[in-house]
Design a protein around this ligand. Structure first.
Ligand code: G
Ligand code: G
Ligand code: MN
Ligand code: NA
Length: 250
C-alpha cells in the first residue's frame, strides 16, 4: 500500500529510468539492438525491480502513463545512437486495452525520427491470450505503422504452434526457461531447434533470452535462432554505457 502511494508520485518526480540490455546476432556476434527495461529509483528503497512494481501500476492503470514515458524515452535514446540498432520495448496488456498506444508510438517515432522498423514491441504470450480481440486489433495497427511485434516469454503460455501463423507477430522471444535447460542432447535444446526451424518457415524471426553460459551460447549457434541476449553477453546497462557499446560496434 505504501508502495502504491509512492508510485503515484514516481513519474512526476522523475523516479523511472531505463536500463538497456544488449541483443546480439547469433551468426555474426554483432550488436543488433537493446531491450529497454524499466527501473524505479525509489528515494528510500533504491532500485525497485519491475516484477514488483509493474503489477501494481497495472492494477491502477498508471502503467498507461509510465509505459508512454518508457516508449518515448527508449525510442529517443536509441534514435540518438550511431548505426541502425533496434530497440525492444515491453508493452503491458493494460496499455493495449486502455491507453492510446498507437498515438504514443506515432509521436515517439515522429519526434525522434527513428524508422518504425527499428522499434520492436514486446508483448507476452499470456497477455495476448487474455484479452485477445482488443490486443490483436491494436497489434495489427502497430504493425501497419511498420513497427515489429515480438511475442515475449514464448513457450511459457498457451502456445499452440499452429496459431503462430494467425497472430500479427514478426518475432518470438524464446523464454529463458528453455535456455536454462539447454544442454547438449537435452529436450530443451531439441525444442529450441524445432521452434526456430518452424518459425523460420513461417517467416517469423527468433531471439533467445537468458544466455548465461558459454555452453548455452555454443549450443544456440547450432540452431537457427538469429539473435540472443543474456547475462553472459551483456547485463542491462545505463544509457551512457549502452551508447559506448553502440559506438564501439559502429
Ligand atoms: O528487468 P527485469 O528482468 O527485472 O524485468 C522483469 C519484468 O518486467 C519482465 O517481464 C519485463 O518484461 C517487465 N518489464 C520491464 N520493463 C517494462 C516496461 O517498460 N513495461 C512493462 N509493461 N513491463 C516491463
Ligand atoms: O520478461 P522479459 O523478457 O521482458 O524480462 C527481461 C528480464 O530478464 C530483465 O529483467 C532482465 O534483467 C532479465 N534477464 C536478462 N538476461 C538474463 C539472464 O541471462 N538470466 C536471467 N536470470 N535473467 C535475465
Ligand atoms: Mn521482454
Ligand atoms: Na521474456
Amino acid at each position: 500500500l505504501e508502495m502504491e502511494q509512492d508510485l503515484r508520485q514516481a513519474l512526476a518526480q522523475d523516479q523511472f529510468e531505463l536500463a538497456y540490455q544488449p541483443i546480439f546476432s547469433v551468426v555474426t556476434g554483432a550488436l543488433t539492438g537493446f531491450e529497454a527495461l524499466l527501473r524505479w529509483n525509489h528515494p528510500r528503497r533504491g532500485l525497485v525491480d519491475p516484477s514488483i512494481f509493474v503489477p501494481l501500476t497495472e492494477d491502477s492503470r498508471s502503467i498507461v502513463e509510465i509505459g508512454a514515458f518508457a516508449m518515448r524515452q527508449a525510442v529517443a535514446d536509441i534514435a540518438a545512437l550511431p548505426g541502425d540498432l533496434k530497440v525492444a520495448v515491453n508493452l503491458s496488456p493494460v496499455q493495449l486495452a486502455f491507453g492510446d498506444i498507437i498515438g504514443t508510438v506515432e509521436a515517439a517515432l515522429r519526434d525522434s525520427g527513428l524508422p518504425p522498423e527499428r522499434l520492436e514491441c514486446e508483448i507476452t504470450e499470456t497477455a495476448l491470450f487474455e484479452s485477445e480481440q482488443t490486443s490483436l486489433a491494436v497489434l495489427q495497427r502497430l504493425r501497419d505503422l511498420g513497427v515489429r511485434i515480438v511475442l515475449d516469454d514464448f513457450g511459457t503460455g498457451y502456445s499452440s504452434l499452429s496459431r503462430l501463423r494467425l497472430l500479427p507477430i514478426d518475432k518470438i522471444k524464446i523464454d529463458r526457461s528453455f535456455v536454462l535447460d539447454a544442454t547438449e542432447g537435452s529436450a530443451s535444446a531439441a525444442i529450441i531447434e524445432a521452434v526456430t526451424v518452424l518459425t523460420g518457415r513461417l517467416g517469423i524471426a527468433t531471439v533467445a533470452e537468458g544466455i548465461e553460459t558459454e555452453e548455452q551460447w555454443a549450443l544456440l549457434a547450432r540452431t537457427s535462432c538469429a539473435e540472443a541476449q543474456g547475462f553472459l553477453l551483456g547485463r542491462p546497462l545505463p544509457i551512457a554505457e549502452a551508447a559506448a557499446l553502440a559506438r564501439a560496434g559502429a
